[in-house]
Design a protein. Structure first.
Length: 69
C-alpha cells in the first residue's frame, strides 16, 4: 500500500498554515490560562512535536521554501 506524501511546496505551505493556525489558537486561549504561561509553552511544544512526527514519518517533506539549498 503506497504511503500518502505531500510534495515539497505543499509541505512548505502545510507547515506555514499549521504554525500560523496553532499560534492563532494559542493567542486566543492565552487569556483563559490566567497568566500560567507553562500551559501555553506546553501546547506549543506539543504542536511542534506533532509537526516533527509528521516530518519524521515522511508525510510532509518541507524544503523550508528553498532556504536549505
Amino acid at each position: 500500500m503506497p504511503k500518502f506524501q505531500l510534495g515539497r511546496k505543499a509541505s512548505d505551505w502545510f507547515v506555514t498554515l499549521y504554525v500560523l493556525g496553532t499560534l492563532y489558537v494559542r493567542f486566543q486561549l492565552e487569556p483563559q490560562f490566567q497568566g500560567n504561561f507553562l500551559i501555553s509553552v506546553g501546547l506549543g511544544a506539543f504542536a511542534l512535536l506533532f509537526l516533527w512526527a509528521l516530518a519524521k514519518s515522511k508525510f510532509i517533506n518541507p524544503s523550508w521554501f528553498g532556504l536549505g539549498n
